[in-house]
Design a protein around this ligand. Structure first.
Ligand code: F6P
Length: 516
């Protein structure tokens, strides 16, 4: 399929120049409202030239048609010849089979709740089969839950050991979430959980196991009964599967209403993404600033700074979403993308982050773009805590935006009683270049609706960036390669023949470990 490299699009040079010449305007508020969220883009470079070049860029990438393909279940993932139709999962008007599966799941949840069953839940899954559930349970179950919920992802045996420790096996539901039902971590941890149930004398252990998968055949072969297998479809990417039956653990932990609320917020963001004009379309504007920061200004990373301790898992969630989707350097035709693509994504909730790495963000030589995220209202009763939290978020952002000139720093030192010579020296350490790009995203409260909208915002942003860079954000061949190599090495460690050649160092370690 024909696709021009990004830098050969007629609009690219104008976009590039507009970004290089624009500056955040400290006297201008640039706010976009989307699905109940407020996005303040005042800290990003913007100008009229920028906006018109950006719109031409989108037109030259046939963005509107590609968005339609995505939202209507067309082949948005060409290297796997699949749709990426996660938006369907959150609309009330889904297809009959999606609605049927939703109803089956809801019936299971209702029965469990009515029967006060499953005091303990162990959710076994990794990557997209884990982060979204951890995030939503952490966001809405941060105080005590009726059910005791554990997550086990890592293949490290300590993870499953800790996940099962001290639980009552007779009242524990094991949820095995794996789209492919081949992921080594999940299957091995699932096997350990099964053995744990058996060892405890549970008579019908498979009645305490539930599988969520796009491969019900594999789950059935593993021993799980049909009525305990909930389906997702191959058109749901792993990192988007939160919206599918993978949400079972969320519903059992923090209620089906939370899941439904998240779905409505995400659906509202889908609508906004589909219908809002480009210049007031939040995911589109966010994506364009990301491209400007990464591909033109050369900023290598995006820091996620949620000023809400309930959103700790938002960081790895967005990390997987962005880095697995955009960590690619060839376009859909197989040609190299001529500019740097997806940035490193990292972060930590504020204010902890301030005392960990914000110094680097303020005065380090590289800097990063920052997404500040905060809630206007808290859900606890200590007003002054929330005021301080918000003040910190706004202050850190203001520092990055405005910086501090050498003259200001000098005056500050003088006013603090330092002599002029010392003030000159100290001022050099206290200046702050400012102008570091950032976006502020404000939720009225951390409600399920607003969290759903926030996640869909990032999903669509990633999609738009994929379209502009020309890459497929829905595959992950690099990860698949590593998975295959790992299974070869496991075979070798088990003394099974392997035709694969290794490099000298890998062979050395395999042989050493085999000898021990
Ligand atoms: O990390 C690679 C990956 O394939 C992710 O895309 C996915 O979320 C994760 O592994 C788990 O895959 P599965 O749900 O098939 O077990």
């Amino acid at each position: 399929m024909p696709l021009l490299p990004l830098t050969q699009l007629p609009a690219w040079p104008a976009f590039e120049q507009a970004v290089l010449h624009a500056r955040p305007d400290l006297n201008q508020l640039r706010l976009i409202e989307a699905a109940g969220l407020s996005l303040d883009f005042s800290g990003q470079r913007h100008s009229n030239d920028y906006q018109s070049a950006a719109e031409q860029l989108l037109a030259q990438r046939n963005f509107a048609e590609q968005r339609q393909v995505l939202l209507s279940g067309g082949i948005a993932n060409p290297t796997e010849n699949r749709a990426a139709w996660h938006n369907l999962l959150r609309t009330p008007a889904a297809t009959a089979e999606v609605i049927h599966e939703r109803e089956r799941l809801n019936a299971f949840i209702r029965d469990a709740d009515l029967g006060r069953r499953w005091r303990h839940i162990v959710h076994i899954g990794i990557g997209g089969s884990d982060w979204g559930v951890r995030l939503s349970v952490g966001a809405f179950g941060y105080t005590k839950l009726w059910r005791n919920v554990r997550f086990v992802a890592n293949i490290d045996g300590h993870a499953i050991e800790a996940g099962l420790a001290d639980l009552n096996p007779h009242d524990t539901l094991i949820v095995v979430a794996s789209k492919s039902f081949t992921t080594a971590e999940t299957l091995q941890n699932g096997q350990r959980a099964l053995e744990w149930l058996q060892a405890a004398g549970v008579k019908k252990p498979f009645e305490q196991l539930v599988a969520i998968t796009a491969r019900p055949d594999r789950a059935a072969k593993w021993g799980i009964a049909q009525n305990h297998i909930f389906k997702l479809w191959d058109w749901v990417g792993g990192r988007f599967s939160l919206w599918s039956s993978v949400g079972l653990t969320t519903a059992l932990s923090v209620s089906a209403d939370v899941v439904a609320g998240m779905h409505s917020g995400a659906a509202a963001m889908d609508k906004h993404f589909e219908t809002a004009p480009f210049d007031s379309n939040a995911p589109i504007q966010m994506a364009l600033h990301g491209i400007a920061n990464r591909s033109i200004l050369g900023i290598g990373s995006l820091n996620i700074a949620p000023y809400d301790s309930r959103l700790a898992y938002l960081v790895p969630y967005i990390q997987q979403l962005e880095m697995e989707s955009l960590g690619k350097s060839v376009d859909v035709t197989g040609n190299p993308v001529p500019v740097p693509t997806g940035p490193v994504v990292w972060g930590m909730p504020g204010t902890d982050a301030q005392h960990t790495f914000f110094q680097w963000l303020h005065q380090g030589s590289d800097g990063a773009a920052v997404d500040f995220i905060m809630c206007q209202q808290a859900d606890h009763r200590w007003h002054n805590h929330h005021q301080s939290l918000i003040a910190n978020c706004l202050a850190q952002r203001e520092a990055m935006l405005r910086g501090k000139s050498i003259d200001q720093a000098y005056e500050e030192c003088i006013s603090q009683g330092h002599d002029p010579e010392e003030s000159k020296w100290l001022a050099k350490h206290r200046t702050h270049q400012g102008g570091r790009p950032n976006t502020l995203i404000v939720l009225p409260r951390l409600s399920p609706y607003h969290l759903g909208a926030l996640l869909a915002l990032y999903e669509h942003k990633v999609f738009v960036q994929g379209v502009i860079w020309g890459i497929n954000p829905f595959d992950q061949w690099g990860v698949e390669y590593g998975k295959n190599l790992a299974s070869d090495i496991i075979n070798e460690l088990n003394n099974q023949p392997c035709a694969k050649q290794h490099d000298t160092s890998t062979s050395y370690w395999i042989n050493l470990l085999k000898a021990n």
